[in-house]
Design a binder for this molecule. Structure first.
Ligand SMILES: *Cc1c(COP(=O)(O)O)cnc(C)c1O
Length: 404
């Protein structure tokens, strides 16, 4: 279905070697590689129409603005966001979450409760802890079951009239498990609570439709979906974004400024203080074009094939244990082998050219839940192959032989 050779040729980095071996890049959950179309877009911007946007009457500024706003429209369509003004460009997923959490005192009062899940990335825990401290609210946690899925019975019991906000990820970066977010959001709404979904993983691996999901806020990481680092997106329902106070003050986000009173600009500018990452936004538009050309459904289907194959292969290693081994998940495999330290495994297979992540993956609470210091995490993208998985499994076998 996918022309893998053609796709791989688009990613210059896949031609390089690491430690004398062809690079096998299985750390896509940390950041994706970039196709030449995205890299060239950054060069094109700085070479041909670098100027500040929304400000100048001069032609160059208008050209830059057109490209930047064109990218906003691409992002809008990609996630089925109703209007361009609901696409807020941020510096990344973490910034998007913080932009909401720091203004969320308008939704969360003293004595209220904020629900997070036990499988969140630190960037979807800490900003909410800070909010709770600031307003005198309480953080509640949806527990995770032994198979890595959320304990939905506990979630439904946690909901009550004091619940003001529910925040969960769409797909966990630590385990790869897809959460039942439609059910989570619908239940939150029945209790009058707002919702934020961390889409940093889902944006790269599946077709996301923010309207079908009905989330109040949805956050996106550009660099996880073939875009550059330093660019992300915050989506919000129009009413929610209008209620949310701005996170940063400065240029671009104002309507009128005087020392007596400043009024804010409308959406999306209210949340885009200062000069944004213009090149990053434009290049994210190129990433969206690239993913559209391949098709998110095709990407999801192919990555699922890789997931099933790799899961089978890893299970042939004696002592291997996969965390979050369920069917409804993205191509992320978090595992350990017997009592070997994940770091030692990662170091040895890196010598063999295989890049995986080891450690707690910025999700320490879920590691504590399974009483492990961390895992080895192999996370795949649509430019990976079964042959690469075979090399990884051989490398793992070698590492296990050396370490045990
Ligand atoms: C990567 C990731 C984040 C953090 O995103 P940044 O791009 O580093 O800001 C948050 N949540 C999840 C689920 C992630 O995968």
């Amino acid at each position: 279905m996918l022309d893998i050779n053609k796709i791989r040729a688009d990613f210059p980095i896949l031609k390089r070697e690491v430690n004398g071996r062809p690079l096998i890049y299985f750390d896509n959950a940390a950041t994706s590689q970039k196709p030449i179309q995205v890299i060239e877009k950054i060069v094109e911007y700085y070479t041909h129409y670098n100027a500040n946007i929304h400000r100048g009457v001069h032609s160059l500024s208008q050209e830059a603005t057109d490209h930047f706003e064109g990218a906003r429209e691409k992002v809008r369509a990609f996630f089925n966001i109703p209007q361009c003004k609901q696409v807020i460009f941020t510096s990344g997923n973490t910034h998007s979450i913080n932009a909401v959490a720091s203004g969320a005192h308008v939704f969360v009062n003293k004595g209220d409760e904020v629900i997070v899940s036990a499988v969140e990335h630190h960037s979807n825990i800490v900003p909410w802890q800070m909010l709770c401290e600031r307003v005198g609210a309480t953080l509640k946690v949806i527990p995770v079951l032994d198979n890595g899925t959320l304990d939905m019975d506990s979630y439904h019991q946690l909901l009550n009239p004091k619940t003001a906000f529910v925040v969960v990820n769409h797909i966990s970066n630590a385990l790869g498990v897809t959460n039942p977010i439609k059910e989570i959001i619908a239940a939150a709404h029945r209790h009058g609570a707002m919702t934020l979904i961390d889409g940093a993983q889902s944006c790269a691996h599946m077709k996301v439709d923010v309207q079908a999901i009905d989330a109040d806020f949805y956050t996106i990481s550009g660099h996880k979906m073939c875009g550059p680092t330093g660019i992300g997106v915050l989506y919000g329902k129009e009413e929610a974004l209008n209620s949310l106070p701005p996170y940063q003050g400065g240029g671009e986000m104002i309507d009128q400024v005087s020392f007596e009173k400043t009024t804010y600009a409308g959406l999306p500018h209210k949340f885009e203080a200062g000069t944004p990452n213009i090149a990053g936004g434009i290049a994210l538009g190129a990433a969206v074009d690239y993913l559209n050309e391949i098709g998110m459904e095709n990407i999801a289907a192919y990555e699922n094939e890789l997931l099933i194959y790799a899961t089978e292969q890893i299970k042939t290693i004696p002592g291997a244990k996969i965390y979050g081994d369920v069917t409804d998940k993205a191509a992320v495999i978090s595992f350990n082998v017997a009592s070997l330290h994940p770091y030692d495994i990662g170091t040895i297979i890196d010598k063999l050219g295989v890049a995986v992540r080891t450690g707690h993956h910025c999700a320490q609470p879920v590691m504590d839940r399974f009483e492990i210091p961390g895992t080895v995490r192999a996370s795949f993208a649509f430019y990976n192959t079964k042959e690469e998985i075979d090399v990884m499994v051989q490398a793992l076998q070698r590492a296990v032989n050396m370490l045990s």
